[in-house]
Design a protein around this ligand. Structure first.
Ligand SMILES: Cc1cc2nc3c(=O)[nH]c(=O)nc-3n(C[C@H](O)[C@H](O)[C@H](O)COP(=O)(O)OP(=O)(O)OC[C@H]3O[C@@H](n4cnc5c(N)ncnc54)[C@H](O)[C@@H]3O)c2cc1C
Length: 393
């Protein structure tokens, strides 16, 4: 439908909606953006293609940055998460390689929580503490840019017009594809699989486990404990390496469990309680177009996953908050131009640009020279080097 027809249709249809801000995608990025706009005095809609609660393939480790971001919007949101029972508090991370193990004990608490529960927690906070209109499920089909905003057609025949669109619709972002022509770059993308198990014999306490293997560097196999004697088990590696080395992710996942004697023993009484599902992680190791006239991308849609750890929830939430700040500036100055939106790119770069570059360099170094991992393990015997590494992580 061309723009003129769309505008006529909008004028005539009873299903038209007009919002100052439309957030597409109600994951961590989208919900955080809605939370950060709660006092902005703007009309805001949050839509998701799925009904909540919904699952999201993930490792379920909730990074500290996620909680810090919630707290910076309003301490009450972080307090609500602190009181949220389904989460598990984890205090250490064990890195296992070549039969050796190094354990880092964290000063601050970290958490795991299934994404079904965590994302539904965020979505509920939006519903109870903001005036946001929520539409879930509602599937957008076409985004059309116009001089006065962006028009969205949905599968239900609803037409929505917005002055500002936030594309927080995840790794396969339709907003990014339609408004920036984004394509997948395997050198900056991780392929991964994950399944839930119950009754996996734990190592010590509530420890996050990362298992490296020289063959699959810089990817890793993980065991992340969850509340209720469950665990999130997964494996991921760089998509370019998966293609180049013809790695079958699902077979490799089961090979870790079945062939490593330490794991085989610990999984002997375990039960797989979900399917093994795959999903991609768009890494923040390459500059992308993340804004344009009347729109911004946040979270996985903007490719912000940490190239070393694979964590993306914290950066998604931080970008959602920064996008909200930019929205407020745009409305204050009545300016939604491409140039104005660059302030968002700059604030995101200032917040995490250096970190992403350093981590990408580390990822590349370990990928090209796996023996570095031996050196790192050797270094970890020295408490000073271990402390330095702990700080860098
Ligand atoms: C296997 C795996 C393990 C991971 N482990 C971790 C981890 O342990 N810790 C961590 O911090 N990060 C982890 N990540 C990364 C993390 O999952 C993402 O970075 C994070 O979910 C990004 O949040 P988001 O809000 O940008 O996107 P999402 O969480 O993907 O949310 C996007 C939302 O948009 C909706 N949507 C999708 N398409 C459309 C559409 N066309 N229109 C409207 N809505 C749409 C989806 O239903 C979803 O609700 C992992 C990722 C994978 C794949």
């Amino acid at each position: 439908m061309n723009l003129l027809l769309l505008q006529l249709y909008m004028a005539e249809t009873s299903k038209q909606r007009i919002y100052d801000v439309l957030i597409a995608g109600a994951g961590p990025a989208g919900c955080t953006c809605a939370l950060a706009l709660k006092d902005a005095g703007l009309t805001v809609a949050l839509l998701d293609s799925k009904a909540f609660p919904r699952d999201k393939v993930c490792g379920d480790a909730i990074p500290l940055r996620a909680i810090k971001t919630l707290s910076s919007i309003a301490p009450a949101f972080a307090a609500a998460f602190n009181a949220f029972e389904p989460k598990l508090t984890t205090r250490s991370t064990a890195i296992i390689y070549n039969g050796k193990q190094v354990t880092f004990d964290w000063v601050k608490d970290a958490y795991t929580c299934t994404r079904t529960e965590f994302d539904n927690f965020l979505f509920s906070q939006v519903k109870s503490h903001t005036g946001t209109d929520t539409y879930a499920p509602l599937v957008p089909e076409k985004y059309t840019q116009a001089p006065d905003g962006i028009y969205i057609n949905t599968n239900e025949g609803t037409a929505i017009k917005t002055k500002m669109l936030i594309g927080a619709d995840g790794a396969h972002s339709m907003v990014a594809k339609q408004l920036t022509n984004k394509t997948l770059d395997r050198n900056h993308h991780v392929g991964s699989v994950r399944a839930y198990y119950s009754n996996v014999e734990p190592v010590a306490g509530n420890t996050i486990e990362i298992w490296f293997n020289k063959q699959y560097m810089p990817g890793y196999f993980w065991i992340f404990p969850l509340a209720g004697n469950k665990a999130n088990i997964g494996f991921g590696m760089l998509s370019a390496d998966i293609a180049r080395r013809k790695v079958n992710l699902k077979r490799t996942f089961y090979a870790f469990i079945d062939h490593l004697p330490e794991l085989k023993k610990r999984f002997s009484g375990a039960v797989q309680i979900s399917q093994l599902e795959g999903f991609g992680l768009p890494l923040g190791s390459k500059p992308e177009i993340i804004s344009g006239a009347h729109f911004m991308l946040a979270g996985d849609a903007a490719s912000l996953v940490d190239p070393i750890t694979g964590e993306g929830i914290g950066n998604a939430m931080l970008s959602g908050k920064l996008a909200a700040e930019q929205v407020i500036n745009c409305f204050r100055n009545s300016n939604f131009s491409v140039d104005t939106m660059k302030a968002y790119d700059n604030s995101l770069r200032a917040a995490i640009g250096k970190e992403m570059r350093t981590r990408y360099r580390a990822q590349q170094a370990v990928s090209k020279m796996p023996f570095l991992l031996d050196l790192i393990f050797l270094g970890c015997c020295n408490p000073f080097i271990k402390k330095l590494l702990q700080r860098a992580m």
